[in-house]
Design a protein around this ligand. Structure first.
Ligand code: UD1
Length: 374
């Protein structure tokens, strides 16, 4: 008998978290993993390109929920996924990260009962549990708090995450440190990523450019903030040319404010569509530094020991600062931060424990225990 495991994938940062687990579970004869795509991200270059790079099959189930306000998106995922759970009766539901679909599927799954027996229900597990920015103005922080409060098992990437969960009263036996699953995706594709010369498409030399990504509502939804960020990028690019794969949310706002043209007309900033996983990671691997507000990129740069400047007042991934190459920065401080950071020998920075490419295997072992396979 095989055990049905739903892996919920919704938005770009989720795909590199479910891929290693999917591949690992296909090797375990007791596991029947299915990919459930909620459709939160639907553009080819925000979704399909990642399935291709990460060697994922087409999703087994597609909810096609699409965009909307937070409540609409969360509610629509809950309504659509509840029907699927009742039909498929999975033994386990794995949600990853902190997007709206993560909390939506966790909420739908934890309330399901397959019969009058209260034990007859799916086990709900959160991969990347315990991260906290302590900034409740971020939708992701609310999603993280709510998902962790209701999940049956909490797989964490780092000791700070364990501590947050304990502080919030999570039972100790629920908290299982497994490491950082995103590193597994990079290691899985390292041999394919390294030989690409993505930088040549932008006429750059290795180490001769910086990579920029910005998409957080706090940075790109307010016209003054977005304009100030663009001014900063224009100034920095005089010293170091920049390439910026532009998220759809950011593109819409840049176009509305006529900032797109200003950036595009500057010869030192190259704007491009969002890139596939391998092309993007090759650009990062060969760059001098990264400027971002992404969560995942803070971790990838720490793993690759590449200086990262995070344009946020806080991070839910503080280990990337205390051990890794990350720094929180601002429009007014970034030039000094870059100067200071580039003086520090990067070899001194550490890769956090269990960020080793073997997280999927630890998660699969934990699933076997939770589902009482042995
Ligand atoms: C979402 C996640 C965020 C994650 C980010 C990665 C939440 C609350 N936020 O933010 O944590 O870091 O994904 O990208 O879940 N759009 C497209 N094509 C797409 C997807 C979106 O054009 O394939 C447009 C939407 O119409 C919308 C905007 O992009 O205007 C935002 O999309 P949405 O998924 O709501 O949030 P993100 O900003 O991507």
């Amino acid at each position: 008998m095989t055990l049905k495991i739903h892996l919920i994938a919704a938005a770009r940062p989720n795909f590199m978290k479910i891929a290693p687990l999917y591949h690992e579970l296909t090797k375990r004869e007791w596991a029947e993993p299915s990919i459930v795509h909620t459709g939160q991200h639907y553009d080819v270059n925000m979704s399909d390109a990642f399935f291709q790079d990460l060697r994922l099959p087409a999703p087994d189930i597609h909810l096609e929920v699409g965009s909307g306000s937070h409540a609409e998106q969360t509610g629509n995922v809950m309504i659509a996924y509840e029907k699927i759970i009742l039909r498929e009766k999975p033994d386990m539901v794995v949600v990853v990260g902190d997007v709206n679909s993560t909390v939506a599927c966790a909420l739908a799954a934890t309330k399901i009962k397959y019969s009058d027996n209260p034990e007859d229900r799916p086990i709900v597990c959160h991969l990347e549990a315990g991260l906290r920015s302590f900034d409740r103005s971020m939708p992701e922080e609310i999603n993280r708090l709510a998902t962790d409060a209701i999940s049956d098992a909490l797989w964490t990437p780092s000791p700070d995450a364990d501590q947050h969960l304990q502080n919030e009263g999570a039972a100790k036996e629920k908290i299982i440190r497994v490491g950082n699953i995103m590193i597994d995706s990079f290691e899985f594709l390292r041999d394919k990523i390294e030989p690409l010369r993505e930088y040549e498409n932008f006429d750059f030399q290795p180490q001769g450019y910086g990579v920029v990504t910005l998409h957080r509502p706090a940075n790109v939804d307010n016209p003054q903030t977005l304009e100030a960020l663009c001014e900063m990028l224009l100034t920095l690019s005089k010293e170091l040319p920049l390439v910026m794969p532009v998220h759809p949310r950011t593109k819409k706002n840049l176009l509305q404010q006529s900032l797109w043209e200003r950036l595009e007309n500057s010869c030192n900033i190259k704007l491009t569509e969002p890139l596939s996983y391998m092309r993007f990671m090759n650009l990062v691997l060969n760059c001098k530094l990264v400027i971002t507000d992404s969560g995942g990129i803070q971790e990838e740069t720490t793993y690759l020991k590449i200086p990262c400047f995070t344009l946020r007042p806080n991070t839910e991934r503080p280990i990337t600062i205390t051990e890794g190459t990350n720094r929180l920065s601002t429009v007014s401080n970034i030039a000094t931060d870059i100067e200071e950071s580039l003086r520090v020998p990067i070899q001194d920075r550490k890769v956090p424990e269990l960020w080793d490419g073997k997280t999927a295997s630890r998660v699969a072992d934990s699933i076997a225990t939770l589902l009482k396979v042995h």
